[in-house]
Design a protein around this ligand. Structure first.
Ligand SMILES: NC(=O)c1ccc[n+]([C@@H]2O[C@H](COP(=O)([O-])OP(=O)(O)OC[C@H]3O[C@@H](n4cnc5c(N)ncnc54)[C@H](O)[C@@H]3O)[C@@H](O)[C@H]2O)c1
Length: 346
């Protein structure tokens, strides 16, 4: 059974909760929801996100998604929940196994439990990950490919999908999981050790610095621009159902790391200097998803071309990374800096 979102009776407007809304992907989603005229509440503990990322008019509840009291307060009166809060780092899952599990899986169960408690049930769109596939070599990966995660992070994301299914069968909670591949775009913090290769390359090359490539650079990834991820999430809300479907969010286009470095160097008008390091053990050689099912079910447009998205990241870096203040400087940032940069979908 699919879910149709009704407006909030008091204001006539639709109100969404976005968990993790101060982070990279969540902040773009909040901006797009606000631009559409929706009311937006964010639940975020600001552990990796920043208040500076939030669009004007978004209501921030500071709290932990693994805390049922915080979740209950944040879910009060909402028409739907976009659940993105997570410790989005494979590496932290290695060092802090139980801690990341509490945020990544227990946090999701808490959201689903609260969604079940509401009269009429609250539909949940949640972030899963290509990490659920592990090193599956049946490329491009379709949603029915075997799931065999190789990390605690991937195992917890698969756990989210299984619990979403239970929420649908046992508690009639409508949901939909989106398996994001390698998302990139403005506000992805290149200073973070968990940041994607794109934001690191853009950061280094825009300053004319050399980049490090592990192995021969022939490893490929499916890089999807954040604006396309936002479009998919917004379309997915109308497709949340008690069957708890999961869909890939990807482009179906492979890009090698070496090719990526060359495109970014070209955009930055700088000479590419590569420092080669030995291959990283356990690194997956190729990752490529099939976007066909999501395109058919969600009616998505063709994804943005890589260089168009990259040009926006470089422009954002050159503008001084508006909307992404270092935690130590947040309090001193002028409040209107976030308006310097307009995401492409606005
Ligand atoms: N970026 C990618 O390429 C990618 C790929 C696959 C899946 N995902 C998933 O998409 C979602 C968003 O990722 P992102 O790249 O925007 O990461 P991000 O780190 O920029 O955003 C995560 C947000 O969640 C918040 N958060 C973390 N733990 C929390 C907790 N316990 N309680 C409340 N808030 C908490 C952080 O402060 C941050 O604002 C995550 O669920 C991530 O696993 C991202």
């Amino acid at each position: 059974m699919r879910h149709a979102c009704r407006s909030n009776g008091r204001t006539g407007k639709v109100m969404y909760l976005v968990t993790g809304g101060c982070g990279f992907i969540g902040s773009h989603l909040c901006a797009a929801l606000r631009a559409r005229g929706d009311q937006v509440r964010v639940l975020d503990d600001l552990s990796t996100g920043s208040e500076e990322n939030l669009a004007p008019g978004v209501d921030l509840v500071r709290g932990n998604v693994a805390d049922p009291v915080a979740v209950r307060a944040a879910m009060e009166g909402v028409n739907g929940c976009f659940h993105l809060a997570a410790i989005a780092s494979v590496e932290r899952g290695v060092r802090e196994w139980l801690n990341t599990h509490q945020a990544n899986l227990c946090g999701t169960i808490g959201i689903l439990e609260e969604a079940a408690r509401a009269r009429g049930r609250i539909p949940v769109v949640y972030a899963s990950s290509a990490a659920v596939y592990g090193d599956c070599d049946a490329l491009p990966l379709t949603e029915d490919a075997p799931t065999w995660p190789l990390s605690a992070y991937g195992a917890d994301k698969l756990g989210c999908e299984l619990h979403a299914r239970v929420a649908g069968v046992v508690h009639q909670v409508p949901s939909i999981g989106l398996r994001f591949f390698n998302v990139f775009g403005p506000r992805q913090d290149p200073r973070s050790p968990y940041s994607g290769v794109i934001s690191i390359f853009c950061d280094r090359l825009s300053r004319g610095e050399p980049v490090t490539i592990f192995g021969d650079g022939g490893q490929t990834r499916d890089f999807v621009f954040v604006a396309d991820v936002v479009i998919a999430m917004m379309a997915a809300m109308g497709q949340a159902s008690t069957a708890a479907p999961v869909l890939n969010v990807c482009t179906g286009r492979p890009t090698s790391v070496r090719e990526l470095a060359a495109v970014v160097a070209n955009l930055c008008s700088t000479r590419l200097e590569v420092r080669q390091q030995p291959p990283r053990s356990g690194e997956i050689r190729h990752s490529l998803g099939s976007p066909s099912l999501a395109q058919a079910k969600l009616g998505l447009p063709s994804p943005e071309g890589l260089s168009t998205g990259l040009a926006q990241v470089v422009a954002w870096l050159r503008a001084g990374r508006p909307g992404l203040a270092p935690a130590s400087q947040s309090a001193n940032q002028p409040a209107d800096r976030r308006s310097d940069y307009q995401p492409a979908y606005q």
